[in-house]
Ligand binder design. Structure first.
Ligand code: FRU
Length: 514
């Protein structure tokens, strides 16, 4: 016990000193006060969707929509980075530049293990990227390949490989469909709110085999689809179809919806069918925050690993081009591991920060062992001068229809972001209406609500905070809310307050991050 107290004291002092030093720098000279530290950002310029995510020879590749010439959307090309652990990223040179007036829009990449494309060299499989070629009024699908671990890319001279002479036909995501031994492409007919399925034996010739939609949320353009089998916790597997759409998301603007069902190689059938014939089922959202878009998964993660991992663009088309960061714009979310969970309301998509995130945690967490709400609130107040990067877990018990409480990340005297658990309405709310700089866009300052399934009176929150973002994972990843914040530089504190009946606090753990 004494040892624990002494080490905690030393830790608090060290942390304080560290934060103090950081603050002084932040205020006086840090030119990038909102640069995330463990979320991927381009060194400079504009970024949107993640693209071409593929794992090969120990490296996770992350390509992304990138403007080499400016900090707003334009001249779309594929930027490139690699990581061995999903938390440290190395920037690589531009992979696919805009050329001859054709922009490189979103798409995917695969390892062509059997060299079906013939692009392989010296008995090694090629990496093949499948992307949309965009020019005014026309979008088609194109490919490029690499035989040097993604370091250099050659555009296929026979491009385009799929052209149906449409203006809104984009974002091909390709995977090897084991059961039919062929490549499968999902591609969005954005304006028609449809996903088309195409099949190929060599990645060069594509044949239409089926389609899905409109269904679920259909207000905006359908973009960046993905389709993959996913394990159900406790056993079993279902197919998940991801459809990003903009606008029409749950928090306004961009959003990411998903469908669960079966896929036979050409038909995707949603499961279970809508309860009332003719009445569409309510859309299911992967993330209820404002800032998760273009979520797509990594290809070719080895079977021995077995995970399905994705990330999204941590922004929203409503204001992405106006966020006050410089000289870069936009970050990706942290990578998240996906699974399905059986709940009383049917299957739900579950997301958890990848375990690699744990390697960033400092040695000694700050811990409240559990107790009354008042004791927990007092303990939190004592944890002064928290740094801008935090990973924390909070467990609440005894929540009923009369308990509403708020966890507040205080970033200045009048400045905070609130996470509200509303027991009566079974809602999790993130309120960023007082979160710092907000005047860059009228739609930014808002409260965003998510459904929260509370069973046995318990709520478990995991919060990942990095300088200018907050990702809230509630109920072991069942409800996720991702939000950008642009707070003042300076020490942060946490507060707990309640309206109505106080729940118990099962425990709080605060990890600072390296
Ligand atoms: C989604 C999107 C894609 C498109 C890309 C262009 O954010 O609109 O549909 O390929 O961005 O940058």
């Amino acid at each position: 016990m004494r040892l624990f107290l002494v080490s905690r004291l030393l830790f608090t002092l060290a942390c304080g000193a560290f934060v103090g030093r950081l603050d002084a720098q932040a205020v006086q000279s840090t030119p990038e006060p909102w640069r995330p530290q463990f979320h991927f950002t381009p060194a400079r310029n504009w970024m949107n969707d993640p693209n071409g995510m593929v794992y090969y020879e120990g490296e996770y590749h992350l390509f992304y929509q990138f403007n080499p010439f400016g900090d707003k959307w334009g001249h779309m090309s594929w930027g490139h980075a690699v990581s061995r652990d999903l938390v440290h990223w190395e920037h690589l040179p531009l992979a696919l530049p805009e050329e001859d007036g054709i922009m490189i829009f979103s798409g995917s990449a695969v390892v062509d293990w059997q060299n079906t494309s013939g692009f392989g060299k010296d008995g090694k499989p090629p990496l093949v990227a499948i992307y949309t070629g965009h020019r005014e009024g026309r979008q088609d699908q194109r490919i490029a390949f690499s035989t040097d671990r993604g370091r250099t890319w050659t555009k296929y001279p026979g491009n385009p490989v799929l052209d149906v002479k449409m203006a809104d036909f984009r974002d091909p995501k390709v995977f090897w469909h084991q059961a039919s031994s062929r490549w499968l492409m999902t591609v969005a007919l954005a304006a028609e709110k449809k996903v088309h399925f195409y099949a190929s034996t060599n990645l060069k010739g594509w044949r239409y085999v089926g389609e899905f939609g409109p269904s679920g949320a259909v207000d905006g353009l359908w973009e960046c689809p993905d389709l993959f089998p996913l394990s159900v916790e406790g056993g079993g597997e279902k197919w998940v179809l991801i459809v990003n759409l903009n606008p029409g998301g749950p928090a306004g603007g961009s959003g990411c919806q998903y469908f669960i069902g079966d896929f036979d190689g050409s038909r995707f059938v949603v499961d279970p069918p809508a309860p009332t014939p003719g009445v569409a089922a309510a859309p299911r959202w992967a993330d209820h925050g404002a800032d998760f878009y273009a979520g797509v998964t990594w290809s070719d993660i080895p079977k021995s690993d077995g995970r399905r991992i994705w990330l999204g663009w941590m922004s929203n088309w409503q204001y992405a081009q106006d966020v006050p960061t410089s000289p870069w714009r936009s970050a990706m979310t942290i990578p998240r591991e996906l699974s399905l969970r059986r709940t009383a309301d049917g299957l739900r998509l579950v997301q958890k920060p990848v375990d690699e995130m744990l390697t960033l945690r400092g040695a000694t967490p700050l811990r409240f062992p559990g107790g009354t709400f008042a004791a927990a609130a007092e303990w939190l107040l004592e944890q002064k001068g928290l740094p801008p990067q935090l990973d924390m877990e909070l467990v609440f018990a005894g929540i009923n229809a009369r308990s509403t409480f708020t966890l507040r990340l205080q970033t200045g005297p009048e400045e905070s972001t609130a996470i509200v658990v509303d027991g009566a309405r079974a809602r999790l709310i993130v309120d960023r209406t007082h979160s710092g700089k907000m005047d860059f866009h009228a739609k930014f300052a808002a409260r965003h609500e998510a459904p929260l399934r509370i069973t046995g009176g318990r709520v478990i929150l995991r919060l990942i905070v990095d300088t200018s973002s907050m990702e809230v994972f509630a109920q072991d990843g069942e409800t996720v809310v991702t939000e950008l914040l642009f707070p003042s530089a300076g020490p942060r504190t946490l507060g707990l307050a309640k309206e109505g009946e106080a729940p118990l606090v099962g425990g709080i753990t605060l990890h600072t991050l390296r």
